[in-house]
Design a protein. Structure first.
Length: 316
């Protein structure tokens, strides 16, 4: 439609100039095709020029030209290492309990811990302090007999009062290699109370107030994260409890994030070592255990702040 109008205009424009010569031939028939082609080409150039001018004005206003598709958005290449959830652990400033096992000779039972607690296990693997790499470690006694073992023991704290609303737990732990047989190596941090018995029915079970950090994964009451970290090396475990929520970090990587993993009150802090014995099996070992209050000091936490040493006479 537009092209036909332009052709008519061009014809009227050039008609007077061409009247004296070849226009008669065009009209009479011989040069008609040449004239038609000339007029069409001129009209097409005029039309395309006008359309291009309109398109350029539209693009200047941010409009997409008619008949032209918008360019797809540029794809952003993301690699797994580019994504991070951050690391915000801050250790508590007021120590409630700390033990690096230096006050216990190798072969002795950890002096600041006790086997008595709210769990109902009647059998526990023997615990001892061992020397390795210039440091003392707590571990269960290894054996050449292949057998699943579990042993829980508890920090000697004054029972009956809830821990501060916000507190932290830290320790260094060896994560043994896992060969796919029987029980997986796992440290269970027990943050429970004397009023409720804790019993591990099986190593796959989950329950509130227990944070599990192992060679093959981490879990809490309602979260579970599988991974492979069993390399026989020392790893840093950091846990922060804030009211009912609990977070845990392994080597500064978030592995537990449970907003409802703790049921208050928390009056007992313990460790359970869960793995197995056998020839050439590296047992679970940990050291540099530290429990500390974070945030303002309250009257609800009359905890001892002494380091390794004899327990008060009132404790079992």
């Amino acid at each position: 439609m537009h092209r036909a109008g332009f052709a008519a205009c061009m014809f009227l424009l050039f008609a007077p100039a061409a009247h004296a010569g070849w226009l008669g031939d065009v009209v009479s028939g011989t040069g008609g095709n040449l004239a038609d082609r000339f007029l069409r080409d001129a009209a097409d150039r005029a039309y395309e020029g006008a359309k291009g001018s309109v398109a350029r004005r539209g693009e200047a206003r941010g409009e997409t030209p008619v008949g032209r598709e918008e360019a797809p958005p540029r794809k952003m290449g993301i690699r797994p290492g580019d994504v991070s959830s951050g690391y915000d652990f801050v250790a508590g400033s007021r120590e409630l309990f700390i033990d690096d096992f230096r006050t216990t000779d190798p072969g002795g039972f950890p002096a600041r811990w006790t086997l008595r607690g709210p769990d109902t296990d009647s059998w526990k693997a023997p615990l001892e302090v061992a020397r390795c790499g210039g440091r003392n470690w707590a571990r269960y006694r290894p054996s050449n007999e292949a057998k699943d073992v579990r042993s829980s023991f508890y920090a000697r704290l004054d029972a009956g009062k809830d821990l501060p609303d916000r507190f932290t737990v830290e320790f260094d732990a060896v994560l043994p290699p896992f060969d796919g047989k029987d029980r997986k190596p796992e440290y269970r941090v027990l943050l429970i109370n004397h009023g409720s018995a804790y019993r591990s029915l099986d190593y796959e079970a989950t329950s509130s107030n227990v944070v599990r950090i192992g060679s093959c994964g981490a879990s809490s009451g309602s979260t579970e994260l599988p991974y492979e970290r069993g390399d026989g090396q020392v790893h840093r475990v950091e846990i922060v409890v804030d009211g009912r929520s609990v977070k845990a970090y392994l080597d500064k990587e978030l592995v537990v994030n449970d907003p409802a993993g703790i049921v208050r009150p928390v009056t007992v802090v313990g460790m359970e070592l869960s793995y197995r014995t056998g020839a050439d099996v590296l047992p679970l070992m940990f050291t540099n255990f530290r429990l500390a209050a974070a945030g303002p000091v309250t009257a609800q936490a009359p905890w001892s702040t002494s380091r390794s040493g004899p327990a008060p006479a009132s404790l079992p």
